[in-house]
Design a protein around this ligand. Structure first.
Ligand code: ADP
Ligand code: MG
Length: 319
């Protein structure tokens, strides 16, 4: 589908693959490689809106906060999300603009520090489940951390404990008008990085950042709906969605309906925190879209052009 408006959600793996050290140079190299692939898609005539994860980057910031807390005040999570949006955004912007210019397509790329509204009474605030930041292995150290900060920490299997935070439902992008202006101007926006800065609205109408992180795949849905996208592409480090993932019965799906995905989800085929939110995002996108024939897809970043063309990855239709 050439010429379609497409929201592209890039996983943290595209920026800091597991096993890479995460220096600025390494992240810049990885982002540059990813932006070369994104530029291929722009060349095929798609109008794109980029969004991205920030898990490893926000984890590193939280660790720095912890280590430096006696010297500089630790910053709250909403600040950390905004900070990672900015650094990832300017790096993507620089790489993508350079790549497009080199191909004779000088298009401005505009990273937005973007906010997403969540509900103050979202049940996630009462039971935080999203692990962030470093692991601790000593239960006494965990206890000291909890006493000192009031944070919630939870055991994560063999590897120890991690801080857990609320991951509320994304309700609406708060920068929809800015996004519309960027698109009207023919530029490429980068929005909702790390799921967006989570904010609640008070009764007097004012907005306040909250101590939470929003899932970047779920947050891509209201973003895609707000810009009237025809397609949502979730690009990661596996060739799509599998049933029986990692088992001898593993089977990769090429085409499914939202209803079929929901059935498989209920049967426990998709891991919480990784594939489950991607699958849920695709189902929500096609079910809630008002465009004609909305499609979503999950696939490998390296196959981006084929995923967008429908010939690679798992394609999700409304059904
Ligand atoms: P990203 O950083 O791109 O958001 P995640 O690590 O959150 O990536 O999610 C992608 C991972 O989901 C894959 O690397 C894979 O290990 C895992 N995964 C879990 N269940 C499945 C499944 N059913 N099919 C495919 N991948 C799955
Ligand atoms: Mg993820």
């Amino acid at each position: 589908m050439s010429g379609a408006r497409v929201v592209i959600a890039l996983g943290g793996n595209a920026i800091a693959p597991a096993g890479s050290g995460g220096t600025a140079d390494e992240q810049t190299r990885n982002i540059t490689a990813a932006m070369r692939l994104v530029a291929d898609l722009v060349e095929t005539g798609h109008e794109i809106v980029l969004t991205h994860g920030n898990g490893p980057q926000v984890g590193n910031l939280l660790l720095k906060n912890d280590l430096a807390k006696d010297v500089v005040p630790p910053m709250p999570l909403d600040w950390c999300v905004a900070q990672t949006q900015a650094t990832i955004g300017f790096t993507m912007c620089t790489a993508l603009e350079a790549e497009l210019a080199a191909r004779g397509r000088p298009v401005p790329v505009i990273p937005l520090v973007s906010r997403v509204r969540v509900d103050r009474d979202d049940p996630a605030f009462a039971s935080p489940t999203k692990p962030v930041g470093r692991y601790l292995t000593d239960p006494e150290e965990v206890e000291r951390q909890v006493q000192a900060t009031g944070e919630h920490w939870a055991r994560q299997g063999e590897k120890g404990w991690r801080r857990v935070v609320a991951s509320p439902e994304p309700r609406e992008p708060l920068d929809g008008q800015s996004l519309a202006l960027v698109l009207e101007g023919g530029a490429i926006p980068i929005a909702n990085g790390g799921g967006g800065v989570p904010m609640v609205r008070s009764e007097d109408g004012s907005l306040h950042g909250v101590e939470a992180v929003i899932d970047k795949d779920l947050a891509a849905v209201p973003l895609a709906h707000a810009v009237g996208a025809q397609r949502l592409l979730i690009l990661t480090d596996v060739p799509g969605v599998a049933t029986g993932f990692g088992t001898p019965e593993e089977r990769w799906l090429d085409s499914v309906t939202a209803g079929e995905l929901r059935g498989l989800q209920a049967d426990g085929h998709f891991a919480a925190g990784s594939m489950a939110p991607k699958v849920e995002a695709c189902a929500r996108f096609v079910e809630g879209s008002t465009v004609v024939e909305p499609w979503a897809a999950i696939g490998d970043l390296d196959d981006i052009t084929d995923v967008a063309a429908g010939s690679s990855g798992t394609q999700v239709e409304r059904g």
